[in-house]
Design a protein around this ligand. Structure first.
Ligand code: BES
Ligand code: MN
Ligand code: ZN
Length: 501
């Protein structure tokens, strides 16, 4: 789909989409079209449930008096109350409806926004961004699609009083969308095609954008003493990998500490010898969602040339139960020197992160570390699919992440960390054990306490995204499947708090 930004003018053909505000107040263009069509728009509104509320939509086919084949009225409610997300959702809903309609050419005219806190250019850019996010499809494995199931829109034009501003704002948003799409692609890819080595190869492609990419294999990780991560991968025929991605977008500050993002990349989680039940196990192809988000974030930062120095580290393994697999009861030594008794091979994500986190703080001395992981089923019990779990040893960092999530509509909710929970992972024979003694209680917190033992006191936050990386339902800007959750949140976090602009 092509995105174009233009000045306000009525199109000669195709589909025209125009705003209506609260109490069915027509925008100036909508008023003009209503006059040209001898009142067709008002007649259509009067015989419908359309009220001009944000989210309302009404299609009028081929009204007489104008050249276009279709007029779409969309509600924007009270202009004073409009938020960026309203425009993104508008773009998403419009494209969803029109892609199924056969329309090929669309021009959205955004006028009548004088009382809105959002500038015309920003509004236009966000409509395009929302349409773009909504138009994602993962259909590379469909070899036989009938034409009527394919999206029909080819050209999506947004007309506003500030086309130049829109175009320039859209540049960064497009880069973010490309990051989100990379994450969605990685998360959607099945495990026979996406395994540690092929995932690492996808990371290497970011070199085109100026990201420095290093890949460590098993020999190098053994050398470093990463017994926790390697133990998880030892039952797989696929070689484990650790990928380091560096974006040095602020060379003036090259001697100051970078930001670090760390991801759980379990390319498939069978549970290992503590085997998971069969039904639903296919979902564990997306147990690399944390690593997927870190990779998409690096792409977004590089794509928009963010003025920041950031490093992304992802631990890539496959958790399989073969003759060489790790057993319950095994004791491994992590890179930190701490030993871990493995009581459940299905609590593997924390083992991968233990070494990835320690390596990251040891090598880069980052100013802060944020890790992302599809870590626990328990977080889905707590929060469902509306928010990720947030855990942090630093209130300021936690508040910044919370605010960024709110701003982009990717919610987080904070959980406590405290020594009483950490007691649950004391082992009688090793430095710690990989599951708590509390049974079904506080599983996500206990997992976070485990991770905290590997950050060496650095400012750190952990996002448990098990409920967020994949969605079974569409929302206006996120089609079902891999969501790309976290890319927008962390991009916003970087933009607000760490860019020397
Ligand atoms: N990858 C799973 C967590 C998960 C579950 C992610 C459902 C997405 C959807 C993780 O490795 C796991 O198996 N966790 C166990 C931990 C338990 C053994 C302490 C869990 O949540 O049951
Ligand atoms: Mn598991
Ligand atoms: Zn897992």
């Amino acid at each position: 789909m092509n995105f174009v930004f233009s000045e306000i003018a009525l199109p000669q053909n195709g589909t025209l989409a125009i705003p209506v505000f609260a109490e069915n107040t027509l925008s100036p263009t909508a008023q003009e079209v209503n006059d040209m069509t001898d009142g067709a728009l008002v007649r259509a509104i009067e015989d419908s449930r359309f009220k001009g509320k944000s989210g309302d939509m009404l299609v009028v086919m081929a009204p007489q008096g104008v050249e276009v084949s279709r007029v779409v009225l969309f509600g924007l409610g009270e202009p004073e109350e409009l938020k960026l997300a309203d425009f993104e959702n508008l773009g998403g809903k419009l494209i969803g409806k029109l892609n199924a309609s056969g329309a090929k050419k669309v021009r959205v005219i955004l006028d009548g926004l004088v009382d809105s806190p959002i500038t015309d250019g920003e509004a236009a850019a966000r409509v395009a961004f929302g349409a773009q996010l909504a138009s994602y499809r993962f259909d590379k494995y469909k070899t036989d699609q009938d034409d009527d199931s394919l999206p029909s829109v080819e050209d999506f034009e947004v007309a506003s009083a500030s086309a130049d501003e829109a175009k320039s704002l859209y540049g960064d948003l497009d880069a973010i969308a490309q990051g989100v799409f990379l994450t969605r692609d990685l998360v959607s890819e099945p495990a026979n095609s996406l395994y540690p080595e092929t995932f690492a190869a996808r990371c290497k492609e970011l070199a085109d954008l100026g990201v420095e990419v290093e890949v460590l294999g098993e020999a190098e990780m053994e050398e470093l003493g990463m017994g926790a991560l390697l133990g998880v991968g030892q039952g797989s025929v696929r070689e484990s990998q650790l990928v380091v991605m560096k974006w040095n977008g602020n060379p003036d500050a090259k001697d100051s500490k970078p930001l670090a993002f760390v991801g759980k990349g379990v390319c498939f989680d069978t549970g290992g010898i503590s085997l998971k039940p069969g039904p639903g196990m296919e979902e564990m192809k997306w147990d690399m969602g944390g690593a997927g988000t870190v990779t998409g974030l690096m792409k977004a930062l590089a794509g928009r040339k963010a003025k920041v120095n950031a490093v992304g580290v992802i631990g890539l393994v496959e958790n399989m139960p073969d003759g060489n697999a790790q057993r319950p009861g095994d004791i491994v030594k992590s890179m930190s020197g701490q030993t871990i008794e493995i009581l459940n091979t299905d609590a593997e994500g924390r083992l991968v992160l233990a070494d990835a986190l320690w390596y990251t703080q040891d090598r880069f001395d980052p100013s802060l570390i944020i890790d992302l992981a599809t870590l626990t089923g328990a977080i889905i019990i707590s929060l469902g699919h509306e928010n990720a779990g947030l855990f942090s040893n630093n209130d300021e960092l936690a508040d910044q992440i919370f605010a960024s999530g709110k701003a982009v509509g990717e919610g987080v909710w904070r959980f406590p960390l405290q020594p009483e929970y950490a007691k649950q992972i004391k082992s009688p024979i090793a430095d710690m054990q990989n599951i708590g003694t509390g049974g079904r209680g506080a599983g996500s917190i206990v997992a976070a306490e485990f991770l905290q033992k590997f950050v060496n006191g650095k400012p750190w936050a952990h996002l448990d995204i098990a409920g967020m990386a994949w969605s079974k339902k569409d929302t206006p800007t996120v089609p079902k499947g891999g969501t790309g959750y976290g890319v927008r949140l962390l991009d916003e976090f970087v933009r607000r708090n760490h860019e020397g602009k």
